[in-house]
Design a protein around this ligand. Structure first.
Ligand SMILES: [Zn+2]
Ligand SMILES: [Zn+2]
Length: 426
């Protein structure tokens, strides 16, 4: 059911696809101008559309607040461009996102033509404008607008954003909830998503609206048996992994499995983020907290080696197995994994474990499709996902104290959105 309110929401990115998240909410004011709130400002990937700022119905300098649901590039990647285009408002996120924001953007900006000095200046500007907030507390913005950030359990610092907006009459309220990206239940290190507050309008992601994942127990079992077989011949197991989220999950699971061979994290960004995860234990789930209390650090173990310097990376290229090497980028589009593959794929003793989605046309996908000369054995391990599946998304909506009056599905392809809409009965 479409509610008629004076609040206008444009889905400027990730409306019918997964990347480039960006939503603009315009709240009219009784006196003076409206309050304009942008939720996420992400980079689109592949063929997903990315609207130019000129096409926004509100110019960047007229945006009062930018809320960031989490630090994945497809949710924050255009923040530097938005600032360059005139945005001068406040950036609001959780403490976790605030900690990850600059390392993630610095890495992304290093692939542009910008000089080190320009990058430093952008980082300083972002740091000046951004504020970290607590989960679960109500805060007030101007003109009777309140917000609360709920834990989304997707990556460290991820949140969903609940707005409570006082309407013109001053008596009525309109509540809008942006889900951001919702994590799986039973994810390593992070707690399950919080129960959402009641809302009039829910804008929800639908990435895996059409399928359900394997259980974590099964997934870890498969990882363990594949590793045992792959390492038996003394070869190297390469795991291409995203620096944010997946690398930390893998460290956690390899620690639980109990590795008898060295594990190398050959990713400066992955290591930086692992340090941030390790330092923010207030964001961990009960299991990780209990492990630490017992003296077993959940994302560190004997035999785990950090490969930070480029010189050490070069040495690692000539090392013989058995060993596990985790390196970025997740889809092998760049980063240190590319160097490892130059020689590593030629050796039949070696193995590659793909633990994440490999988009069409990426080197990772081409390896899986056997379009690249390769003697190493290729394995596709399923069940790794930072996104809630259909059952979890439905359960999350149903956990609301009362159903929302309206639900809009975004951040998913049409098949996923249709399937989820059918199950939700919308
Ligand atoms: Zn995400
Ligand atoms: Zn996303």
């Amino acid at each position: 059911m479409q509610e008629s309110t004076p609040i206008k929401i444009d889905h400027l990115g990730a409306k019918n696809c997964v990347t480039g998240s960006c939503h603009l909410m315009q709240i009219p004011g009784s006196r003076g101008r409206a309050v304009n709130i942008l939720v996420d400002c992400g980079k689109a990937q592949g063929k997903d559309p990315e609207l130019s700022f000129d096409a926004f119905s509100v110019a960047p300098e007229k945006i009062d607040y930018l809320f960031l649901t989490h630090a994945h590039i497809d949710h924050i990647g255009r923040v530097p461009d938005l600032i360059e285009a005139g945005f001068d408002g406040e950036i609001i996120c959780t403490h976790g996102t605030k900690a990850l924001l600059i390392p993630m953007l610095r890495d992304s900006l290093s692939f542009t033509q910008k000089s080190k000095r320009e990058i430093k200046a952008i980082e300083q500007r972002i740091d000046d404008l951004s504020w970290g907030f607590e989960y679960g507390q109500v805060f007030s913005l101007k003109k009777g607008i309140q917000f609360k950030l709920g834990n989304a359990g997707h990556i460290l610092g991820s949140c969903f954003v609940w707005f409570n907006i006082s309407l013109e009459s001053g008596k009525d309220y309109y509540r809008v909830l942006f889900s951001g990206d919702l994590g799986c239940t039973d994810t390593p290190i992070l707690p399950d998503p919080d129960i959402p507050d009641v809302c009039d309008l829910l804008i929800m992601e639908s990435t895996y609206g059409d399928r359900n994942h394997e259980s974590r127990k099964k997934r870890v079992g498969v990882l363990k048996s594949c590793l045992t077989r792959a390492l038996a011949d003394g070869g190297i197991v390469y795991i291409p992994a995203f620096s944010l989220g997946r690398t930390q999950e893998l460290i956690y699971e390899l620690d639980r499995i109990g590795m008898k061979v060295p594990v190398f994290i050959d990713s400066p960004l992955g290591l930086k983020i692992t340090k941030i995860y390790a330092g923010m234990d207030e964001c961990w789930d009960k299991e990780a907290t209990a492990l630490k209390a017992r003296g077993d650090h959940p994302i560190d173990f004997k035999g785990l080696y950090a490969v930070e310097r480029f010189g050490d990376h070069k040495k690692l290229l000539n090392m013989s197995g058995p060993a596990v090497i985790i390196a970025g980028s997740g889809m092998c589009t760049g980063g240190r994994i590319v160097d490892h593959f130059k020689q590593g794929l030629k050796d039949a003793k070696n193995d590659v474990f793909f633990v994440g989605y490999q988009a069409k046309g990426t080197p990772g996908r081409r390896i899986i499709e056997k379009k690249v000369p390769c003697r190493a054995e290729i394995h596709k391990l399923s069940g790794y996902s930072a996104h809630a599946d259909q059952a979890m998304l439905v359960k999350w909506v149903k956990s609301m104290p009362a159903p929302p009056k309206e639900i809009r599905l975004v951040h998913g392809d049409s098949h996923a959105r249709k399937a989820l809409a059918a199950v939700l009965g919308i």
